[in-house]
Design a protein. Structure first.
Length: 93
């Protein structure tokens, strides 16, 4: 997406992942993941991007995944922490 917008980055894009199995499948040279054949195309694309230093995978625990703010129901405390992490604040009435 950034390429299509002609954005040039000096450093690789960090992809936060909370799934150790997904990281292992990206890093592995094995094709033993026969039950995940549908995933091979995506895996190979991301692997190429990692090899080209366009992106970098980083394990992030589930409780620290800010993207969950838009995909999962969160308790008020966690939501407030995540909102602060992306610069959102509550508007006063």
């Amino acid at each position: 997406m950034l390429r299509s917008l002609r954005v040039k980055l000096d450093q690789p894009t960090i992809i936060h992942q909370d799934n150790h199995a997904a990281i292992t499948m990206i890093d592995s040279n094995s094709v033993d993941f026969w039950r995940n054949k549908h995933w091979l195309v995506r895996r190979n694309y991301i692997r190429e991007e990692v090899e080209n230093k366009e992106c970098k995978l980083k394990y992030t625990p589930t409780e620290d995944m800010i993207a969950d703010m838009g995909t999962k129901p969160l308790n008020a405390k966690t939501l407030k922490i995540f909102m602060g992490a992306i610069g959102m604040r509550q508007m006063s009435s």
